[in-house]
Design a protein around this ligand. Structure first.
Ligand code: SAM
Length: 277
């Protein structure tokens, strides 16, 4: 497959890429096709249009596709490059988007989220998706390779709060790696495409994300002594020890030794207690 001539297409419209918007556009046709192939479902929400290369492939397989793009200077190019009837652009900052309303009004329900993400806001986008987890049933996302590894780490130095909130809420896998030369311009980092699927049974996202972040603020200290977790759960050290006992976990354990599933269990037990009183 031939590469997309990104620089040439941009130049035709007097445009160039904007680094501050994370504009590393995919030019490798095989990678673009693999992302589109991975995206299942009739309703697709794309984050970030670029020059529309992925958008066009998504339109071919979806009943309806919607793309959120912040950079309005791309509009003349994109209205010429993407002219599918089952597609529309929303010119907006994705972080200001009301996903609940969008999913309901555009798709009448859940959608598949697809994006070669702007890396400068990867975490913010992931958190937005997780806080609106009932709006989508699958996400196919290009992220930095080291971010992908961190999101799916189960232990070790890559294991962070992000690993816990992601795996407590979703099943995830790395589909394939993407080297820098597949983009224009080439980023300084390697990339990877991940598939995320919300777990059928998962904790309340907002509370669970705050819980994981609080627990990891003092990852090397005893979990039961964490003032941040005590504050969040309105309890004290004895309360957290009781919780650990109920979960079958050692009372002197450090937060970083718990798996995402154990975090989810601890959070659920704390919620059950709260609901009881
Ligand atoms: N999908 C295209 C591709 O694969 O070539 C473009 C990917 S490029 C890495 C990221 C895209 O996200 C750019 O088009 C950029 O303008 C857009 N973008 C950056 N920040 C955004 C934001 N806050 N909201 C919506 N789109 C944004």
């Amino acid at each position: 497959m031939n590469d997309i001539k990104v620089a040439e297409i941009l130049a035709r419209y007097g445009l160039s890429t904007t680094k501050s918007l994370g504009q590393n556009f995919l030019k490798d046709s095989a990678v673009l096709q693999s992302i589109a192939d991975a995206a299942e479902g009739d309703y697709i929400l794309e984050i970030g249009a670029g020059i529309g290369s992925l958008t066009n492939l998504l339109c071919q397989k979806a009943k309806k596709a919607v793309t959120i793009e912040i950079d309005r200077s791309l509009e003349p190019l994109l209205s010429a490059q993407v002219a599918e009837e089952n597609h529309r652009f929303i010119w907006q900052d994705v972080l200001k988007c009301d996903l609940q309303t969008l999913a309901r009004e555009e798709f009448g329900g859940k959608c598949t989220v697809v994006g070669n993400l702007p890396y400068y806001i990867t975490t913010e986008i992931l958190l937005l998706l997780l806080k609106n987890i009932d709006c989508w049933d699958q996400a196919i996302l290009m992220v930095q390779q080291e971010v992908a590894e961190r999101l799916l780490a189960q232990s070790g130095k890559e294991y962070r709060a992000a690993s816990v909130w992601m795996q407590g809420l979703c099943d995830g896998e790395i589909l394939f790696d993407v080297p820098p030369h597949c983009f224009h311009p080439a980023p300084h980092v390697r990339s990877a495409v991940v598939r995320l699927k919300p777990k059928t049974e998962h904790p309340d996202p907002k509370g669970f994300i705050a819980f994981a972040q609080a627990a990891f603020a003092a990852r090397r200290k005893m979990f039961a002594s964490s003032a941040a977790v005590q504050g969040l759960l309105y309890t004290d050290k004895a309360g957290l020890c009781a919780l650990l006992e109920q979960a079958g976990l050692p009372q002197n354990a450090r937060a970083e030794t718990f798996s995402p599933q154990e975090f989810a269990l601890l959070f659920q037990l704390a919620q059950n207690l709260k609901d009881k009183f």
